[in-house]
Design a protein around this ligand. Structure first.
Ligand code: RB5
Length: 147
């Protein structure tokens, strides 16, 4: 799977850990920045680039990291075709895929447990969408983009 990555300064170290883990389990990543380490930047700039790559189909999924995950989800959900969710635990990551068909995972580097990071990434990548009644609901979310 081709996965877009982006972070601000708060999420920079997590982004690098995630890139390393995704490579280890055989996925391709595209790093949309920041590439300036801990220098303060606006999460909006990098989150938008990565989210647009999902909206356009260039990347299948994206993982975005800022301090809380909240700003990243707000900017990502402005992009047509994106379903971004903030998940702070394994259960919500799994359900974001099973029920919401989330294609963008937003993590908060100041919130999520370091030790569970790899499990969260694996769940986001491997968990299928259940479809069925959930497809109808996700369809309504997508319809709301043009309302
Ligand atoms: C940056 O200070 C912080 O606001 C950002 O990382 C994120 O948490 C925003 O939602």
């Amino acid at each position: 799977m081709k996965i877009a990555l982006a972070s601000d300064h708060r999420g920079f170290e997590f982004k690098n850990l995630i890139a390393g883990y995704l490579a280890k389990i055989g996925h391709e990543t595209v790093d949309f920045g920041t590439k300036n380490g801990n220098d303060s930047v606006d999460y909006t700039d990098f989150g938008l680039l990565a989210a647009k790559s999902v909206g356009s189909g260039e990347c299948e999924r994206a993982i975005l990291v800022c301090g809380t995950g909240l700003g990243m989800s707000l900017i990502a959900n402005k992009v047509k075709g994106v379903r971004a969710t903030v998940c702070h635990d394994l259960f919500t990551v799994e359900m974001s895929r099973r029920h919401n068909d989330a294609n963008v995972l937003c993590l908060g580097a100041d919130v999520v447990n370091h030790e569970l990071l790899e499990q969260k990434i694996k769940l986001f990548v491997d968990t299928p969408f259940e479809g069925g009644r959930h497809a109808r609901r996700v369809g309504k979310i997508m319809d709301a983009e043009s309302s």
